[in-house]
Design a protein around this ligand. Sequence first.
Ligand SMILES: Nc1ncnc2c1ncn2[C@@H]1O[C@H](COP(=O)(O)OP(=O)(O)OP(=O)(O)O)[C@@H](O)[C@H]1O
Length: 241
Amino acid sequence: MATPAIVLSQVTKRYHQQPVVDSVSLTIAAGETLVLLGTSGSGKTTTLKMMNRLIDADEGTIAINGTDVRQQSPHELRRGIGYVIQEAGLFPHYTVADNIALVPRLLDWPPDRIAQRTHELLTMLHLPESLLTRFPDQLSGGQRQRVGLARALAADPPIILMDEPFGALDPLTRADIRREFRELDALQRKTIVLVTHDVREAFALADRVALMDAGRIVQLGEPNVLRDSPATPFVRRFVDA
Ligand SMILES: Nc1ncnc2c1ncn2[C@@H]1O[C@H](COP(=O)(O)OP(=O)(O)OP(=O)(O)O)[C@@H](O)[C@H]1O
């Protein structure tokens, strides 16, 4: 069997002795889109951030492609893991071009290779070249989100982590970008972990959904399984809402 892309084994994170992620175990296959769904404060973001060591777990282990994340430096680890957050998390004092080139520069790509890759990404994400010299606050929310995705995809990492990536967008733009996202060839073979509190979004994008409550995974399965066979009354209420 192929090595899973991401394996969490009994991972716990506490703040002030209170577990906010409570003994979570989860195996994510290479190429899978796994959505962490749950109410505010259920531990989704903390779970995601432990995967690229923005937060270190207190207990348990996390392996990426078979290697414990603690055996790699955070920098090394993050080169293989794209990260997209709400409002795209772009650097405000960098132009669009510099934001997109961030990881390729860290990897010492020559300028012509960076330029070519940037051009490819703009085409793929339907962004005009004229945006390259602008700063993030000179873009629309949808453009910022696309630039954030371009930045995450720049060095073609096999894993992408996304935290409420469409959260700041109006419903129409959100639906458009979600559709594009589903159809993007560059994302088809990637392992994606996406955090959202939006059931519809989760069901539209996920291969499997992990529904979290109070730091635990309450149910893990394909969308139709959560819908048709909710494991608990909480799952039923959440899914019906
Ligand atoms: N640095 C911190 N110090 C103390 N408590 C924290 C810290 N970070 C997160 N928490 C708490 O941990 C719990 C889980 O937070 P987390 O951000 O993982 O939830 P979430 O499910 O992503 O919620 P949201 O959808 O609101 O972002 C929350 O109760 C939060 O207040």
